[in-house]
Design a protein around this ligand. Structure first.
Ligand code: GLA
Length: 641
């Protein structure tokens, strides 16, 4: 296991470095990410590099037994660069140029930014490819975390090129975007602009492509740096830090381009669901590259500084969240950052080594966790029997206005995940087009945008005996956000046992419920006018509308919720689905506050609450202390929990 964090020694006088390395050893730190924001220090001017300090630092770390994840340092362009090439700056949808003085002030498609970033990555690669401390490369940092999209003229040009590559000729684009509507027809790609501020709703097909382009153009920038490192001789794994279910990048496509998935997670300690959000992110990261361990590249050692009011992590909570990541396949537990900053926007952000040093609770908990993880083998969690379809393109289509009701895709996916988590069921994330044959149950919440490949895959899965759960607003549009000829659910109607013919919004204060086959659940957000064709109605609204429909299809079963429901309602539908699919939890009879993970070497139980929780085993009952972790090796797994 790796243990460590971001290390920004350029913010400190060199005398402090020896103490850093000594204390890193004491905390069992064995990996630090160096240089993420050090561009100005590494390159004082164009064509001029200063690597002497980094040479000394890397040697010192290596002598101290600390390995390095070396950054390409391109996340914050230096002042000289912006001064000389002001058009590297990104532009918002309303035309505001985002200036320097913070970070991430670059347009990903700016030729000067790209040239200079590639030069820096090349220079670093040449110098450190063979340095024994360097075990990994860290390209840029949290792409798009502040600048979700750049609307500059550079971006406009690149968007046109991207569109020409996708559509070949402008009439294909006109057809895909339905530009006959509101007189939006284009005669050539040169007439297309980014979806900048506009009087009202933009063409949703255009916005969908814009979001694809934004993710792709940043990925292209990442690839450029990665390839520069490789061309310079670097052979170590290359990564860049993801941010869980971050809305703006399609991490399915990004995951193919990184050697190791790494993740930055900052759940809010005040949120009672925080550990479930963290588990969701951990399982998503694992699922992006299921055959490789991932890294928890950043988490806060204690409080952050960037919320309006920043809660502490409860004593033990940081360790509990770290054990969660480790159980869910993380090969490293790392933090932002090693030593607390003396100045700058993050000077109040917690650090492994706070200003109060070893007297602090934070340090003590860090050092204790470092010792606990030392020598630990990385877990290899099995995928489990249940998969949730999670798809960024679908999210981008659903994020747009002017639907029958606003749908929060992330919240829907999370609600299903959370219901499984509290029932101790192991989950993977997939796209609809993936091979689903290994799962007993697949849940596809609000899969509004369904590709032909996705539809074929879901049908194959159910036909071969799988159980599929869908909700309202499934299979509504094609990959261009257009209705297919024939209206709604044209691809899945025979699988669902009918299809929606209309959609109506539902508000919570309407208090609508549905009942049937022993269940009762709230109808929320939207209800379909569902036209039955072979399906069996399991629950109806009080007005008699079908709300839950089951259908046999081939050797399998579909359960279609023709509305949305709340967490309790999801729980009820899920119980039926789990029973139909014959899915087993990781452990039986556990309190929902206890997290249970099959790790491939046994079961890890983590008490994610501030109260002690009794745990029953065949040998009796024991108490799991607040935030405590218990590892049950696999030889015992069959007889216990
Ligand atoms: C992000 C960044 C870090 C730091 C932390 C603070 O994860 O990658 O550089 O700003 O947030 O929480």
């Amino acid at each position: 296991m790796y243990f460590g964090g971001d290390y920004n020694p350029e913010q400190w006088p060199e005398e402090v470095w020896d103490e850093d390395v000594r204390l890193m050893r004491e905390a069992r730190v064995n990996l630090v990410s160096v240089g993420i924001f050090a561009w100005a220090r590494l390159q004082p001017d164009e064509g001029e590099f200063d690597f002497a300090w980094l040479d000394r630092l890397l040697d010192k770390l290596h002598d101290g037994g600390v390995a390095v994840d070396l950054a390409t340092a391109t996340a914050s362009p230096p002042a000289w660069l912006v001064h000389r090439y002001p058009d590297v700056l990104p532009v918002t949808a309303t035309g505001t140029v985002l200036g320097p003085g913070s970070r991430q002030h670059f347009a990903p498609t700016s030729p000067d930014y790209r040239r200079l970033a590639a030069e820096l990555a090349t220079a670093l690669g040449r110098r450190y490819a063979d340095h024994p401390a360097v075990v990994m490369w860290h390209v840029n940092n949290e792409y798009a975390c502040h600048v979700h999209a750049d609307y500059s003229e550079h971006a406009a040009r690149a968007f046109r090129t991207w569109l020409a590559g996708r559509y070949g000729d402008i009439d294909a684009l006109n057809a895909a975007w339905g530009t006959a509507f509101w007189s939006q027809h284009y005669r050539g790609f040169d007439e297309v602009r980014p979806p900048r501020a506009s009087p009202t709703t933009q063409n949703p097909s255009m916005v969908l492509d814009w979001r694809r382009f934004t993710s792709d153009s940043l990925l292209d920038l990442y690839r450029m740096e990665r390839d520069a490192l490789r061309a310079a001789g670097a052979t170590q794994p290359v990564t860049t830090n993801f941010m869980g279910a971050f809305p703006f990048l399609d991490y399915w496509s990004w995951a193919r381009e990184v050697d190791v998935v790494s993740h930055d997670g900052y759940p809010d300690p005040r949120d009672p669901q925080a550990h479930r959000h963290a588990a969701f992110a951990a399982d998503l990261m694992r699922s992006l590259k299921p055959d490789r361990p991932w890294l928890l590249m950043e988490q806060a050692p204690n409080a952050v500084q960037w919320r309006p009011n920043n809660a502490a992590k409860a004593p033990g909570q940081m360790a509990a969240w770290s054990e969660q990541a480790a159980a869910r396949g993380a090969a490293g537990i790392l933090y932002f950052q090693w030593r607390q900053s003396r100045s700058g926007a993050e000077k109040f952000h917690s650090a492994m080594l706070p200003h109060s040093g070893k007297r602090s609770r934070t340090w003590k908990e860090i050092a204790a966790l470092g010792a606990a993880l030392e020598g630990r083998e990385t877990a290899a969690p099995p995928p489990g029997e249940v998969a949730i379809v999670f798809d960024w393109e679908n999210r981008w289509a659903l994020d747009q206005p002017d639907l029958p009701a606003d749908i929060d895709y992330q919240a829907e996916a999370f609600a299903w995940y959370a219901a499984l988590h509290e029932r101790h069921v192991q989950v993977s994330f997939v796209r609809a087009a993936h091979d689903l044959s290994g799962f007993r149950l697949v849940i596809a919440p609000a899969l509004y945008l369904l590709t032909e490949e996705g539809a074929a895959s879901l049908k194959r899965y159910v036909d071969n005996g799988g159980v599929l759960v869908t909700t309202a607003f499934t299979d509504i549009v094609d990959e261009h956000d257009r209705f297919r000829p024939g209206g709604y659910s044209t691809r899945l109607a025979d699988l669902l046992g009918g299809r929606p013919v209309d959609f109506f919004g539902v508000l919570p204060e309407e208090g609508r419920i549905a009942r049937g086959s022993g269940t009762e659940f709230a109808v929320t957000t939207m209800i379909e006018d569902f036209d039955l064709d072979g399906g069996r109605v399991l629950a109806r609204t009080l007005g008699g509308e079908p709300a839950l429909i089951s259908n046999r299809f081939g050797a399998g079963t579909s359960l279609h919720l023709a509305c949305f429901t709340d967490r309790a309602g999801i729980g009820g539908v899920l119980e039926q689905a789990l029973a139909t699919a014959g899915v087993r939890p990781v452990a039986d009879g556990l309190d929902p506050a206890v997290e249970a993970v099959a790790t491939g070497r046994g079961i890890t139980l983590i008490n994610q609450s501030a109260d002690p929780v009794p745990v029953k085993t065949t040998d009796g009952t024991f108490t799991l202390a607040p935030y405590a972790t218990w590892h049950l090796p696999s030889e015992q797994e069959d007889h216990h929990a």
